[in-house]
Design a protein around this ligand. Structure first.
Ligand code: FES
Length: 103
């Protein structure tokens, strides 16, 4: 006789569905999703041309905990030239450190 559940352990299946649902709601958000489209461009290009620091290095520093221009400066050397990239660094901090929106 073939069991009604085709031999699958429904407890395991329910747990897997529950787990995948849990993972979906607890999923790690891609930090780049917080950036407006214009800031997602040229990630490998130097945002700080004075010290040749790619935008992605600055984003990584922010994602790893830097929340001020001083911390970015210490970790990446960006903004240490003429300071002409400071506003762009501030904008990245503003976007990436913004609180998550509830949906
Ligand atoms: S471009 Fe970063 S300090 Fe000049």
């Amino acid at each position: 006789m073939i069991p009604r559940n085709n031999g699958f352990d429904l407890t395991v299946i329910r747990q897997a569905v529950y787990t995948s649902h849990t993972l979906k709601t607890d999923a790690v958000i891609n930090p780049l999703d917080k950036l407006p489209p214009i800031l997602k461009k040229n990630l490998d290009r130097n945002l700080c041309v004075c010290n040749e620091v790619p935008k992605m290095d600055i984003i990584n520093a922010i994602v790893n905990g830097a929340t001020t221009v001083a911390e970015i400066k210490k970790q990446t050397y960006a903004t240490m030239g003429s300071g002409c990239c400071t506003q762009q660094v501030e904008r990245l901090i503003e976007c990436l450190c913004a609180p998550e929106r509830e949906e």
